[in-house]
Design a protein around this ligand. Structure first.
Ligand code: HMG
Ligand code: MG
Length: 291
């Protein structure tokens, strides 16, 4: 299938982590169970991060141990350090994702350490994961700009992506954290990254703050990428990236791909139903106020 694009559903993690109302654990589990039946091969279920930093993810272990797993779905989780990795292991995460940033200030604000320190923290995670045959995915944030530093040089993104690839990440997801990328800046960033890492080991993770995410996906497709992250209902944002709005919506992404002749394996009718279910849950939790 040469016209196949992989969609990594990150809604349960990136979609929910920034929601102001705490989503009850049972609702998170119901969401993941429903998503599991739609044809996604990978779902990012949660994050094993400090509950003081991201209260919404405090129930990571409970979520991951109580979902009904489909045999052909990989359930991933974010881990910032060995504490998170051990917890993810205990809760039987199928794969883990380490997350770094191409901006020093964002790295400090998000994970309380420099970029170099973050790589030192990730090295033992990758070693431990390898020993247990657990795949490690990597994220690079701020690939098109930083909420604190503004412009980020494509070379900085490329150097960090190359390091994470060499360390053993099977795929590195390039995060336009604040949705500031345009076709021109995404193209320049990818041109630089592709000098160091093959397209088959890269994914696009584009937030849709400025409505550019789908256009940026198209540019990335033209440059050879075949893996993209998205969130059901376009939920999401990062608590440490002011102004970061939702991820690109999974249904918008899947429909655009279909219209452009790509296969994704996603059940679009089922997706619409889960989107409505999630919309109703959020509406109720937010006190019936339209937001
Ligand atoms: P710290 O305060 O420097 O950590 O935070 P510490 O090592 O000094 O530990 C402080 C306390 O946290 C201790 O507990 C540790 O045990 C505990 P205490 O003794 O005070 O009771 N702790 C943990 N607890 C649970 N799980 C852990 C863990 N580690 C330490 N893993 C830390 C450093 C990395 C922990 C913190 O900064 C953190 O959790 N940050 C996560 C921030 C986050 O989740 N951001 C959103 C995800 S990134 C994102 O959205 C971008 C992305 O989508 C891509 C894109 O869009 O660009 C991926
Ligand atoms: Mg994100």
């Amino acid at each position: 299938m040469d016209k196949f694009v992989h969609i990594y559903e990150v809604g349960p993690r990136d979609g929910l982590q920034n929601e102001k109302v705490i989503i009850p654990t049972v609702q998170k589990i119901a969401l993941i169970n429903a998503l599991s039946k739609l044809g996604f091969k990978r779902i990012e279920a949660t994050a094993f991060v400090s509950a003081k930093w991201v209260p919404q993810m405090a129930d990571a272990s409970e979520v991951l141990t109580n979902i009904i797993r489909e045999p052909d779905v990989v359930y991933g989780a974010l881990v910032p350090n060995m504490i998170g990795f051990e917890k993810a292991l205990e809760a039987k995460a199928d794969e883990v994702a380490i997350f770094a940033a191409a901006s020093e200030t964002f790295s400090q604000k998000n994970i309380n350490c420099s970029i170099a320190e973050s790589l030192q923290r990730f090295a033992p995670i990758i070693d431990a994961a390898k020993k247990r045959n657990i795949r490690v995915r990597g994220y690079v944030s701020c690939v098109a700009g930083c909420p604190y530093e503004g412009h980020i040089a494509p070379k900085a993104v490329a150097d960090l992506t190359a390091q994470m690839f060499e360390m053993g990440c099977y795929e590195i997801s390039l995060g336009d954290t604040i949705g500031i990328g345009t076709p021109l800046t995404i193209e320049a960033m990818l041109a630089s990254v592709l000098e160091c890492v093959p397209s088959k080991n890269l994914a696009g993770h584009y937030h849709d703050t400025n409505g550019q995410a789908l256009t940026n996906v198209k540019v990335s497709l033209d440059m050879g990428l075949r893996s993209f992250d998205s969130a059901i209902g376009g939920l999401g944002g990062c608590p440490y990236a002011p102004g970061a709005k939702g991820n690109v919506s999974t249904s918008a992404l899947a429909n655009m791909l279909l219209n452009e002749g790509w296969q994704t394996g996603i059940d679009l009718e089922g997706l619409e139903k889960v989107e409505i279910m999630m919309g109703n849950i959020m509406h109720e939790l937010e006190g019936g106020i339209d937001v």
